[in-house]
Design a protein around this ligand. Structure first.
Ligand SMILES: Cc1cc2nc3c(=O)[nH]c(=O)nc-3n(C[C@H](O)[C@H](O)[C@H](O)COP(=O)(O)O)c2cc1C
Length: 437
């Protein structure tokens, strides 16, 4: 494996991408990991036996029995076909992209995920460091286990912040979190609107999931069969909602912070509140959750810069359309007036290419990154970014695309595209020009 593939560059040759699979090379540790854990599934499986059941289900699960919306996202993604073009010189493939005026090395970033420390202690910090190294967006959650300030220090060049509404006292805390994100240098703010109420997640209820852990016999058994995880948790302590320490005091217990989060965080992100946030936030503002073109239009009219098409990874409304199926209708509605991103079952470079071919300017992934950390601990962040880098370069070459811009013009078959809103344009709007490095 060439050491070059670990560099945070945005270009690469198809040959170099193939070397990444460890074929015929003296192996580095990174290459060995890529050979042993080449897929999302292999990382998910390893996590499933390394971490307690309640932590695994918290990530894998959706809402109702069998997590139907998670499965729906996957089936919809698999149904998207790209018609490859050949005869193109793909000896050099660029994966770089400019989003909201900043250059990133790949059109995939880390989606905001709360309480990732349940899966592996320090997961937020591991992923932030990997994103900074790979120069891809890192989105920190309101309910992360590291604070805005800590994560911004780890990932200063790629740091974005996601907000859930805290409506008490006319959104005093929402605006304080926004001010903290601005001071910390966040390049973009995402407003999550697809959690209007807390949903009933049946697996979490069945597992008795709570923060801090309630030590029932079954939880204890779960923990006892995950010794490596238990040692890490003993070393680092139980995960806490770090952003709220400022409001409860540095010594606030895990239980106090959790009680605070559950009582204060009840969304309340109405269009009126979002208009106030638009006035207060000077940088890129992204709506996380529009699935209906009319919501996209409303956000554009309010001055949002970006739209992240998502159904929260199948974790909110089991009847929601798959995000990839909603994507073309939102792209068509936006008509280039806002940058459209996608998340939901982005597991590999191929899924990134599918989203680009359907008009997205970039993607985020949640579980693909978190399984990697659950499976490999500290090495998991770099492993995930390296896998995406290799896979994106490989699939671009396979479909005859030498850049993100060309991948967005690929011919695509999409049998389940959502049929509301304006007809999709024949070609997606151009991206911002990529500034020369
Ligand atoms: C464990 C977990 C925690 C999440 N926490 C948040 C959160 O705090 N805020 C948010 O806006 N979205 C949250 N999400 C949703 C992700 O941002 C993203 O929309 C989703 O994970 C994408 O789907 P994927 O996991 O299939 O890539 C969470 C997702 C997971 C898996």
């Amino acid at each position: 494996m060439s050491g070059n593939t670990d560099r945070a560059d945005s270009g690469g040759t198809a040959a170099r991408a193939v070397r990444g699979w460890g074929i015929g090379q003296g192996e580095s540790q990174a290459a060995r990991l890529r050979r042993r854990f080449p897929t999302y599934r292999s990382l998910q499986q390893r996590t499933s036996w390394r971490v307690p059941r309640f932590a695994y289900d918290f990530v894998a699960g959706g809402v109702g029995d069998g997590a139907p919306n998670v499965a729906h996202n996957r089936a919809a993604m698999d149904a998207v076909q790209i018609v490859p073009r050949y005869g193109v010189d793909v000896s050099r493939v660029e994966t770089g992209v400019t989003l909201f005026g900043r250059d990133y090395a790949m059109p995939v970033g880390v989606a905001p995920m709360g309480n990732t420390g349940l899966v592996w202690p320090r997961a937020d910090a591991i992923l932030a460091a990997a994103a900074q190294k790979a120069r891809i967006p890192y989105v920190s959650s309101t309910v992360a286990n590291f604070s805005i300030e800590e994560l911004a220090r780890i990932a200063p060049d790629v740091f974005w912040f996601q907000l859930y509404g805290l409506p008490d006292d006319n959104h005093r805390l929402s605006f304080d979190l926004i001010a903290r994100a601005e001071r910390a240098g966040a390049h973009a703010l995402l407003l999550t609107v697809d959690v209007p109420v807390r949903q009933k997640r049946v697996h979490d209820i069945a597992n008795g999931l709570s923060v801090p852990f309630r030590l029932r016999p079954r939880t204890l058994l779960d923990i006892a069969t995950s010794p490596r995880w238990a040692i890490e948790v003993l070393r680092h302590g139980q995960p806490r909602f770090a952003n709220f320490r400022k409001y409860l005091g540095e010594d606030a217990s895990t239980a106090d912070l959790a009680a605070f989060a559950y009582s204060k965080m009840t969304s309340g992100l109405t269009w009126e509140v979002m208009a106030r946030i638009r006035d207060a936030w000077p940088r890129a503002l992204i709506l996380k959750g529009p699935l209906h073109p009319e919501d996209a239009e409303r956000a554009i009219a309010l001055g949002f810069d970006g739209l992240l098409v998502t159904n929260h990874g199948g974790r909110q409304l089991d009847a929601a359309p798959a995000s990839i199926d909603a994507l073309p209708a939102i792209v068509a509605q936006a008509r280039g007036r806002a940058t459209v991103l996608l998340d939901g079952s982005v597991r590999s470079g191929l899924d990134v290419a599918r989203a680009l071919a359907l008009g997205a300017a970039g993607t985020l992934a949640g579980r693909a990154f978190l399984w990697s950390v659950g499976a490999l601990g500290e090495a998991g962040g770099d492993h995930a970014t390296a896998s995406f880098r290799e896979e994106i370069a490989t699939v671009f070459a396979q479909i005859g695309a030498r850049s993100v811009e060309e991948a967005r013009r690929a011919t695509v078959l999409h049998p389940n595209a959502m049929a509301i809103g304006p007809a999709p344009a024949t070609a997606p709007p151009r991206l911002e020009p990529v500034a020369a490095d």
